[in-house]
Design a protein around this ligand. Structure first.
Ligand SMILES: [Zn+2]
Length: 95
């Protein structure tokens, strides 16, 4: 039996998300801003920096909605951390 490593990440430790283009592999980095900024300033990039493929087609595109929701969720979570519980996820398995 070999030991397996488990990594646990607190959501408040996440300071950016990366969107990787499946066409060319370029990664766009979106920093997680303060919640007030996140509430009023959606991501500005809408094309891949490597091949200029559109990442989303507009504000109703599910990809945009999902990325914006993740960024805002992480930004707001930092404010809520001290209100009762923490939120994290783990990578790896102990069995
Ligand atoms: Zn690309």
């Amino acid at each position: 039996m070999t030991a397996k490593q488990i990594t646990t990440i607190d959501f408040t430790e996440i300071n950016k998300i990366e969107i990787t283009c499946i066409k060319c592999g370029a990664a766009l980095v979106f920093p997680i801003p303060d919640k007030d900024v996140a509430a009023h300033n959606p991501p500005k990039h809408n094309v891949c920096i490597g091949c200029e493929t559109p990442l989303w087609t507009g504000e109703n595109d599910q990809r945009y909605i999902t990325a914006l929701g993740l960024i805002r969720g992480l930004a707001f979570w930092k404010e809520l951390k001290e209100k009762g519980f923490s939120l994290s996820f783990s990578i790896g398995s102990s069995h």
